[in-house]
Ligand binder design. Structure first.
Ligand SMILES: [Zn+2]
Ligand SMILES: [Zn+2]
Length: 212
């Protein structure tokens, strides 16, 4: 069975998640934006074997710790989609301008495309490309535990910003409606910031995409 723990990191309180198999304790970390000591402390306390880094998108609060973590532990970097090369190239400058610790760009071990899968032990998660907040944003969906790690695509009661360079509001709405809603009303999503919700609840009450 897959388990997960969400740990807010960075001054932006970004929801970094550890996902693991409770038998083998093989683990992946989604969006290590920073506070690596906090993350590694949790990994040690849980007794996990951290094997992979999965990235939803390359904004600084989600990806600034990636290069350092990959180098320190020798981990592969999976994702995001190549559309986010623009943001990877700007990681160092973004970290500086937002007052984050120094960050460096990284080269993903594996870029992700729509309908790819990622595996953790014997578990498979589906990858969907959900552009709009950033051009190369991906989400990770586990049908097995009915959870989706959606980064900054959708929040409880809100949606991702599209006023950054290369943001696109129409793309974002299309991604939510065409690629997230089919995961099912009872699927719980873990957004990049703030509390969890379900797709069903957002379909009813989210002021940006309710009724779609
Ligand atoms: Zn973002
Ligand atoms: Zn964010």
């Amino acid at each position: 069975m897959l388990q997960y723990l969400t740990i807010p990191v960075t001054p932006f309180q970004q929801n970094c998640s550890l996902i693991w198999d409770d038998q083998s304790l093989q683990a992946a970390v989604v969006d290590p934006g920073g506070d690596l000591e906090v993350l590694l402390d949790a990994v040690a306390k849980l007794g996990l074997k951290l094997e992979q880094i999965w990235i939803t998108h390359a904004h600084v609060d989600h990806a600034a710790g990636t290069a350092e973590l990959a180098e320190r532990l020798g981990l592969p970097i999976i994702g995001p989609h190549p559309g986010d090369q623009f943001w990877i190239d700007r990681l160092a400058a973004s970290a500086q301008s937002y007052g984050f610790p120094p960050a460096t760009a990284f080269t993903p071990t594996r870029w992700l495309q729509d309908c790819d899968t990622v595996t953790l032990g014997s578990h498979t998660l589906q990858v969907r490309h959900c552009p709009g907040h950033t051009p190369g944003h991906v989400v990770f969906h586990s049908p097995e535990i009915k959870r989706a790690f959606v980064g900054d695509v959708l929040f409880a009661g809100s949606i991702g910003r599209t006023d950054f360079p290369m943001g696109n509001h129409e793309d974002l709405i299309n991604a939510i409606v065409q690629r997230l809603w089919p995961m099912g009303d009872d699927t719980v999503f873990i957004p990049g910031h703030g509390p969890e919700s379900t797709f069903g609840r957002e379909r009813k009450s989210n002021p940006y995409v309710g009724g779609t």
